[in-house]
Design a protein around this ligand. Structure first.
Ligand SMILES: *Cc1c(COP(=O)(O)O)cnc(C)c1O
Length: 348
């Protein structure tokens, strides 16, 4: 039985065409600054995001954290959503690596308003941390893969500028936001000083992310990437995979979004609580009704039972499960997984 893996859009394997691009890559030593494929990727990312420069990093965490370090001084405060990736899934790195505090803002679907930003900004007095950096995540992971509307971004960015805050976009899934709205990546990036993007999520490369911004800030990002241990040598192999992913796998993300809607509709038919109307990109969060929760011993128990029928998902909480669609899950596999779950749930 073939396992159908919805745990994350990071589980994709490099395709034969991607491996071929990697095998044919011209490489050098990027620590010495002469890997031509890394340079090519950095130029291409800068161009796509409408920025003068970019720096490739091994992971999205390092992209975000070297940007945070580049923008701040110890004791500064970073304003972001309370469900943010940098707050929950980057091992406390803002505190550990940059010595900054996080000011978390509440709000539906990973979003907040200009007023929320204004009320979080500290008075510029010696008792308080310095409000320095605003971070927006688009699409928002814990917000259900929700897309920040661009006019909301514009309004929040304008408010941040009013208070002299730097602005960083955690765009690990910016490609999904672009596929969902039809807007170009540089339309979003224009509101930010730095933007991080990921090649190993929906785009299907085996590793790496990048940060884009102006020459000055990217020089600092590059310095902290080195300090954090993320400067690599013949990394053109990975840059070739990322270039292949950028050129070939962006347009097809709408298929993942359609598949997520199809999965959500099927799960709802099986009695799981999911709001299909709210599926904007490739993430499906659903809740167990009481009867199923009791029967399967909550979300972790249901995930374990699903493993038994070759369907892998991750539980988010005792009551919530997350499923993510991606390059390696076809429409037929969505239907197949729903069949298996129907079978599982109908067993007495
Ligand atoms: C995946 C992700 C990252 C980076 O994660 P890595 O696993 O370190 O590559 C950053 N932000 C968001 C929103 C993400 O989903």
């Amino acid at each position: 039985m073939q396992t159908i893996d919805f745990r994350s859009d990071t589980v994709t394997r490099p395709s034969p065409a991607m491996l071929e691009a990697m095998a044919g890559a011209e490489v050098g030593d990027d620590v010495l600054g002469d890997d031509p494929t890394v340079k090519k990727l950095e130029r291409r990312v800068a161009e796509i995001l409408g920025k003068p420069a970019a720096c490739m990093t091994p992971s999205g965490t390092m992209a975000n954290q070297s940007a945070i370090r580049a923008h701040t001084e110890p004791g500064d405060e970073v304003i972001t959503h309370e469900g943010g990736h940098i707050l929950h899934y980057e091992t406390g790195a803002p505190a550990a690596l940059s010595g900054v505090m996080i000011r978390p803002l509440p709000g539906e679907r990973g979003q907040f308003s200009p007023d929320d930003v204004e009320s979080a900004v500290r008075p510029g007095d010696d008792h308080c941390p310095r409000s320095r950096l605003l971070i927006i995540e688009n699409t928002h992971n814990r917000g259900g893969g929700a897309v920040w509307p661009i006019d909301a971004i514009e309004a929040v960015a304008a408010k941040a500028a009013e208070f002299d805050l730097r602005r960083h976009l955690d765009g690990a899934r910016l490609w999904n936001a672009c596929a969902a709205t039809g807007l170009a990546p540089d339309a979003y990036a224009a509101y930010f000083d730095t933007v991080s993007v990921c090649f190993s999520k929906g785009l299907g490369a085996p590793a790496c992310s990048a940060v884009a911004g102006d020459e000055q800030i990217i020089a600092r990002v590059r310095r902290f990437r080195k300090m954090f241990g993320g400067t690599m040598r013949q990394s053109g192999l990975l840059a070739a995979a990322a270039l292949h992913a950028l050129e070939n796998n962006r347009n097809r993300l709408t298929e993942d979004h359609d598949n997520a809607k199809r999965l959500a509709a099927g799960l709802a038919e099986l009695g799981l609580q999911v709001d299909s109307e709210r599926i904007e990109t490739n993430m499906v969060f659903f809740t167990l009704p009481q009867t199923l929760s009791d029967r399967f011993n909550r979300a972790p128990g249901l995930c374990e039972a699903m493993e038994g029928v070759g369907v892998r998902m991750l539980w988010e909480s005792r009551t919530t499960v997350r499923a993510v669609t991606h390059l390696d899950v076809s429409r037929a596999m969505i239907d197949e997984s729903l069949e298996r779950l129907r079978d599982l749930l109908s067993r007495s």
